[in-house]
Ligand binder design. Structure first.
Ligand SMILES: NC(=O)c1ccc[n+]([C@@H]2O[C@H](COP(=O)([O-])OP(=O)(O)OC[C@H]3O[C@@H](n4cnc5c(N)ncnc54)[C@H](O)[C@@H]3O)[C@@H](O)[C@H]2O)c1
Length: 379
């Protein structure tokens, strides 16, 4: 693995490295770890990268790595830069023959996401999009239950992502992560939907296996002096006729990363909370609710494949992230070695989810600016 961004001046890059290291399948071999040259070099040295593989621009890294012999150069690059700096490195990496892991939202615009898809089709390479929450074993269990028809026809979806860290003008308090998130040129058309709404949207589509077809959104900027929205409510219509409600807010003072989902079908419902990730509640119309727990023998193959410890030992965000990396690493290893893997249990989000996420962001902005009640979700 090579890494673009994620130096000492960054948040999520370090999480990626922990996740990638978790199963001994991935080794960081090079990086252009910061936009700031000194930080890029200092960060590379701290991670014991060889001097000649600490780069100060991503262009230099991709160029030089592509010139190394196949058994020496990186197999893939992870892009953990702000949203505006995903597309350029991703396209260049694919052009140079490297598989890509990239943070969400996949690009700055839907148009860029479509171009990235064209490049993937042209090169035949693999892209992994780190929608972290799909990596949790009990999220996979929920998906499997719904796929098997356990709940009957799905009728109602409630998904919420509540944060409070932007309840003040954090971007004026020296927080660089808040500053680029609230700059439309760096963040995209919507801050709240790009940053956390896309995760909620992706979780809803992942768990239900349904697709949103129409939506009605209200995006607002609660904190004065801010360049983009920080709060949003969205009504959803799905392709099977189900309806849904999605809330994403970054101004719920006191909240951490309070993500939860509830899905109801004809026979019952499921409920999952990130703050209690090892538990999946299964509710029935005509019998008592069940409490399903990660690490249990009664879970589905996909949940078991994505669990590391026996029941009762907490598995969390890092392990969910680790599952995405493990599944991606197994997939590209199989591709390189010409072997096969079981895609029904070894899976990860890719460009399709990236495009759907960008279309979601742009559709919510369109809806919020429109006087019409419903707008089509358009790709
Ligand atoms: N999956 C998740 O749960 C999750 C969580 C947090 C952030 N993210 C996403 O991760 C990305 C990064 O977010 P963050 O909070 O770590 O940002 P950050 O501001 O903390 O870090 C960004 C890093 O990118 C570097 N950088 C910027 N331009 C660069 C360039 N051209 N070349 C090399 N390095 C460059 C910066 O120097 C810094 O190291 C964003 O797209 C964000 O949406 C995802």
């Amino acid at each position: 693995m090579g890494m673009i961004g994620g130096g000492k001046d960054a948040f999520i890059g370090a999480i990626h490295r922990i996740a990638a290291n978790m199963d001994g399948l991935v080794e960081l071999v090079c990086g252009s770890l910061s936009i700031n040259k000194e930080i890029a070099i200092d960060s590379g040295r701290s991670l014991f990268l060889p001097e000649d593989r600490i780069y100060t621009t991503y262009e230099e890294m991709l160029e030089k790595e592509s010139q190394l012999p196949a058994d020496k150069r990186m197999d893939f690059v992870t892009i953990v830069t702000p949203n505006f700096a995903h597309f350029g490195p991703a396209i260049m990496a694919l052009d140079k023959g490297f598989n890509v892991v990239v943070e969400k939202p996949v690009t700055l615009s839907l148009e860029e996401a479509k171009k990235l898809n064209e490049k993937l089709e042209e090169t035949g390479l693999t892209l992994c999009l780190t929608h972290t929450y799909t990596g949790y074993p009990m999220v996979k269990q929920a998906k499997d239950l719904i796929k098997k028809g356990t709940l009957g026809k799905i009728r109602k979806v409630y998904v919420e992502y509540r944060q409070g860290w932007l309840a003040r003008l954090t971007e004026r308090e020296g927080n660089q992560g808040a500053a680029w998130r609230m700059d439309p040129k760096k963040s995209g058309k919507s801050a709240v939907m790009g940053d956390i709404g896309t995760h909620a949207f992706n979780l809803a589509e992942y768990i239900t296996g349904l697709e949103v077809t129409k939506l009605c959104a209200d995006l607002t900027t609660v904190v004065d002096g801010r360049g983009l929205d920080d709060d949003g409510s969205v009504l959803l219509k799905f392709n099977n006729g189900a309806s849904g409600v999605l809330f994403a807010t970054q101004v719920a003072a006191g909240e951490e990363n309070n993500l939860s989902i509830k899905v109801y079908g004809e026979n019952g419902g499921i409920e999952w909370h990130q703050h209690e990730p090892n538990t999946l509640l299964l509710k029935w119309i005509d019998k008592p609710a069940e409490v399903l727990r990660a690490g249990s023998a009664y879970l589905s193959d996909i949940a078991k494949q994505n669990t590391r410890t026996p029941g009762g030992h907490p598995e969390g965000y890092l392990e969910a992230f680790g599952n995405i990396y493990r599944n991606f690493a197994l997939t590209i290893s199989a591709k390189i070695n010409g072997s096969s893997i079981d895609n029904s249990v070894i899976e990860f989000p890719s460009i399709k989810e990236g495009i759907r996420g960008m279309a979601f962001i742009e559709s919510t902005v369109k809806s919020s600016q429109s006087d019409e009640k419903w707008v089509d979700y358009t790709i």
